[in-house]
Design a protein around this ligand. Structure first.
Ligand code: ADP
Ligand code: MG
Length: 598
């Protein structure tokens, strides 16, 4: 049975436990929901089973909307983390429980029980009590019990949580075999990435109530789209790469990126690059024979874990070799790994100086690679750092913002995301100059230190502007727990006229290309009036505005200046799509960018 979730949301006390989750799971698929504790996995699973109501969205099983259907009618079997076997009942009675409730005759019940005990390799255990079984055996009974009434979906919530490693391994294999034998569509919840890798056809990674990315294990590992997924699925070094005309520069090497076109160096030159520990090569003098050299480092720590050796390195930063987590740190840490054989033939010692090289990089499609706080006057950059909106964003994106005391035209950082404070309109002038100078985006933070509770998105009517704004929205929404709405003019007959078909197209494009599910709303009067009305009723709003280079940035800034005199807002993020960079962002998102050595 196929499962489709459409914009499923669930709030507890005003906070979103599950936030606009949309995904389609095919018939017979083994889908793993992976995420840290508290990310909303159990809530989502319980919503699918009908054990929890949802506030928004639809749950569709085999084409039928079951959002308001009772759990029993959903044809779902559920296994909980803490074995929920009935302690006082025999294994036989436990397994037959759902069948009794459905008034299945005794003979059929016995027959089904025998089948199930065979399936989970526990034949002959009928008369025992749960306490007479090991933990692993009890969980197999729980699986048999969940399958008794022949559900068409099996939901497993951390079923191996309480078991020790050895039994867990066996049980994982056992459950995968059972699932294949029965061919039942299955969703398994876990916080363990190894478990997700070994079991899943596809993994959906959750964080803070959002489904961050969905994909096959290998693809997610090699080509994640987000910082979170890159780091949650294993060790990852995150560096800032610098785009040049012919490739991506990291330290002393230029990586040729065959599969993507590169933008001219003037706009948005910075990108977040993921390097896995196994793609790093270390050598005493020269790594050139095996990899692209990027710089030098010192051995800080070594750890031998059987098949491989993990090496913690302290790397000297320079303007072209920077950590994406702390761009202004003079030294930063990287992790390399090598095989046990290599560590035997070329042993290292703590404190040793090494050259480091890289065999393969992956470029994230994330639009926001760093936060650059620009002073307007006085201590504005420090105030910015303390602002709730900036510190929240920095914390959630795992970025340390860098401080740039004064704005100096031509010298200010145009890379990353420059951030200015509104500062009675002074910040708007700086934003206008940054855009003129070629920055591809600017964040203007409101003066009254409001957190953003919702995101209001508007793009000037052109495809590049819309794509760029949705791409930035994708980056933001993965890290903020806010509702988002895309405003679409109702009166245009063009591509962006809010005909129903167009709204659907926009939603699909946003979901396919940028991984965000935005709601769309149309408006009839001018955009300035619309924003005024909306901001007046909800000042804790972050505006996200997309424009193209052909449109004058200063006209936009003037409109914003007028708006700021009349109403308050949490922040405004302006993105400027330059036609030559747009093809890049789209292809980035589709394929990921991979550069390999050789
Ligand atoms: P996970 O299974 O990924 O650990 P949960 O779905 O259990 O996450 O929880 C997600 C968030 O929702 C958490 O912040 C949790 O505290 C909250 N939550 C879950 N269930 C309830 C509930 N019944 N009442 C209030 N808050 C809840
Ligand atoms: Mg849970």
């Amino acid at each position: 049975m196929s499962i489709a979730l459409e914009q499923v949301s669930k709030h507890y006390d005003g906070a979103a436990a599950v936030n606009d989750v949309s995904v389609s799971i095919t018939d017979g698929e083994f889908f793993v929901l992976l995420g840290p504790s508290g990310s909303g996995k159990s809530t989502l699973l319980r919503a699918i089973a009908g054990l929890t109501t949802i506030d928004h969205g639809r749950i569709v099983l085999n084409g039928r909307d079951v959002s308001n259907v009772s759990p029993r009618e959903r044809e779902v079997g559920f296994v909980f983390q803490n074995y929920a076997l009935f302690r006082h009942m025999t294994i036989a009675d436990n397994i037959e429980f759902a069948l009794r409730a459905r008034r299945v005759p005794a003979k059929l019940r016995r027959q089904r029980r025998a089948e199930l005990l065979k399936l989970v390799s526990l034949e002959g255990f009928d008369r025992r009590l749960p306490s007479e079984l090991s933990g692993g055996q009890q969980q197999r009974v729980a699986v048999a019990r969940a399958l008794a009434h022949e559900p068409r979906v099996l939901l497993l919530d951390e079923p191996f949580g309480a078991l020790d490693a050895r039994i867990r391994d066996d049980l994982r294999r056992g459950i995968r075999d059972i699932q294949r034998a029965v061919g039942i569509t299955t969703i398994l919840v876990t916080h363990d990435q190894e478990e997700a890798f070994t079991m899943a056809d596809r993994i959906g990674v959750m964080d803070r109530g959002r489904l961050q990315e969905v994909g096959e294990p290998r693809v997610l590992y090699a080509r994640p789209k987000t910082r979170f997924v890159a780091t949650f699925l294993g060790a990852a070094n995150l560096l800032l790469g610098h785009r040049e005309r012919n490739g991506m520069r990291i330290g002393e090497s230029l990586f040729r990126l065959d599969r993507i076109a590169l933008p001219p160096p003037s706009c948005g030159t910075e990108a977040t690059v993921v390097i896995r520990p196994e793609d790093i090569v270390v050598a005493r003098s020269d790594v050139r024979a095996a990899a692209h050299p990027i710089g030098s480092a010192e051995v800080v720590e070594m750890e031998f874990v059987g098949s491989l050796e993990r090496i913690r390195l302290s790397v000297e930063a320079n303007p072209l070799l920077q950590s994406a987590l702390k761009p202004d740190a003079p030294v930063f840490s990287m992790e390399a790994s090598r095989s046990a054989r290599e560590s035997e033939t070329a042993p290292l010692i703590i404190g040793q100086k090494l050259c480091i090289g890289v065999k393969r990089i992956h470029v994230l499609s994330t639009r926001i690679s760093s936060l650059r706080l620009l002073g307007t006057r006085d201590e504005a950059e420090l105030r910015l750092k303390k602002s709730k909106l900036v510190s929240d964003l920095a914390m959630r994106m795992h970025i340390t913002p860098t401080l740039h005391p004064a704005y100096d035209a031509g010298k200010a950082p145009l890379a990353g995301l420059p951030v200015v404070e509104l500062d009675e309109g002074h910040g708007l002038q700086i934003a206008a100059r940054l855009l003129q100078d070629g920055a591809s985006q600017v964040l203007i933070v409101g003066s009254d230190n409001r957190p953003a509770e919702r995101l209001l998105i508007y793009a000037q009517p052109s495809r590049p502007a819309r794509d760029s704004v949705l791409s930035t929205a994708g980056s933001l929404l993965r890290h903020m727990s806010v509702d988002s709405t895309l405003l679409v003019p109702a009166d245009e007959r063009s591509l962006y006229g809010a005909r129903y078909r167009d709204l659907l197209d926009i939603r699909n494009a946003a979901l396919q290309l940028h991984g965000v599910d935005v709601r769309t709303e149309s408006f009839r009067e001018g955009i300035a009036d619309e924003l005024r009305v909306r901001l007046r009723s909800a000042p804790s709003t972050m505006l996200l505005i997309g424009m193209t280079s052909s449109t004058s940035g200063s006209a936009l800034i003037e409109a914003l200046a007028a708006l700021t005199k009349q109403c308050r807002f949490a922040a405004v993020l302006v993105t400027c799509a330059r036609s030559d960079t747009e093809s890049l962002s789209v292809r980035h998102v589709r394929e990921g960018a991979v550069a390999s050595f050789g």
